[in-house]
Ligand binder design. Structure first.
Ligand code: 3HC
Length: 301
């Protein structure tokens, strides 16, 4: 798929200016790494209040990065933060933001119709060279792209939480995604300091296809009373070398997100790998979706 990489590189769109739609955990994280690597970023969400929170999230995360990266040069660290923050503009108007963008990355709620409506609108306003990408973890990229007249310039760009720390980006190509677009997205991911992998537009892509069934089996294991949640988490940390146990990771990702990825994958209702969990469903229905609501399987301050 990526043969002829160097010879066609000249034709690729070099991405300098990026619009991120969605100022939540993922959108703010993507804006942070894009600005930290010299891109001009416009972060878009529906209200100034949300955007204010996104900016605080970015600054908070930058402070943690800088504390390590500039441990013995705190002044250089402050300057780095100032420079990065200058590269992030915010806007509540997606239409005007995309006019000067080489790339639009969407990281809004996991609702196909809302995503399609957004891209349909942006398709009319963005310049012809602009690449569109979705950070969806549970919807088909082809389905989202079908709302536009640029399926060749449409792909998936799937980041991992926390974006500042996780080194992977999954680059998803649909049958309609052009080689140039795939290459531009691979190059962009590398410029962000990440390692890209490519995947077809299959449910869960690579990581979630493997990770989410493991997480949900851990939840079902706890539900069956086979082991305590604490012991399940300790077991996978110390016995499999995972940085977080599966149940604390579920809280970290968000139980609502875990549930929607699972439902996206559960094409075959007879496959026990994709069987739902009553406990997971109950916690989501109660609004206890993990760290972001201060309670999920565990409680947080
Ligand atoms: N921003 C910047 N730096 C951060 C950070 C953030 N959000 N989170 C952690 N760090 C850095 C900081 O330097 C921090 O030190 P500090 O607390 O002194 O600032 C350092 O990492 C250590 O952090 P913690 O002490 O909180 O804990 P850990 O050592 O466990 O590291 C972790 C945190 C990197 C999140 C690690 O636990 C981990 O890798 N966990 C697994 C995460 C994972 O699997 N993510 C993928 C989820 S799936 C997904 O996102 C896909 C989607 O579709 C659902």
């Amino acid at each position: 798929l990526f043969s002829g990489f160097s010879s066609s590189a000249a034709r690729n769109v070099v991405i300098k200016s990026v619009t991120i739609i969605g100022g939540g955990q993922m959108g703010a994280g993507i804006a942070q790494v894009a600005a930290s690597t010299g891109h001009s970023v416009t972060l878009v969400d529906t209200s100034d209040d949300i955007l204010k929170k996104s900016i605080e999230t970015i600054e908070g995360s930058l402070r943690r990065v800088v504390k390590k990266k500039f441990a013995d040069k705190p002044e250089a660290g402050e300057e780095f933060i100032r420079n990065v923050m200058q590269k992030v503009l915010t806007s509540a108007d997606a239409a005007s933001a995309v006019r000067g963008s080489d790339l639009v990355v969407e990281a809004i709620a996991e609702n196909l119709k809302v995503k399609q409506d957004l891209f349909r609108r942006l398709d009319k306003l963005a310049p012809p060279h602009t690449i569109f990408a979705s950070n969806t973890s549970s919807l088909s990229i082809s389905d989202i792209a079908s709302s536009t007249n640029r399926p060749d310039k449409f792909g998936g760009l799937h980041f991992f939480n926390p974006v500042a720390m996780m080194k992977l980006v999954e680059v998803i190509g649909t049958p309609a995604t052009s080689q140039e677009t795939s290459e531009s997205l691979m190059n962009f991911s590398k410029v962000l300091g990440k390692t890209p992998v490519s995947s077809k537009d299959t449910s869960g892509f690579i990581v979630n296809r493997l990770l989410v069934p493991c997480i949900v089996e851990a939840i079902r294991m706890y539900e069956r009373g086979d082991a305590s949640k604490e012991d399940i988490d300790i077991a996978m940390k110390l016995g499999a070398g995972h940085p977080m146990g599966p149940i604390e990771l579920a809280d970290y990702i968000g139980l609502d997100t875990v549930k929607s990825i699972m439902e996206g994958e559960a094409k075959d209702p007879d496959n026990p790998l994709f069987a739902s969990s009553d406990l997971l469903n109950k916690l989501v229905a109660e609004g206890k979706v993990g760290r972001k609501t201060a309670e999920g399987f565990y409680k947080y301050k």
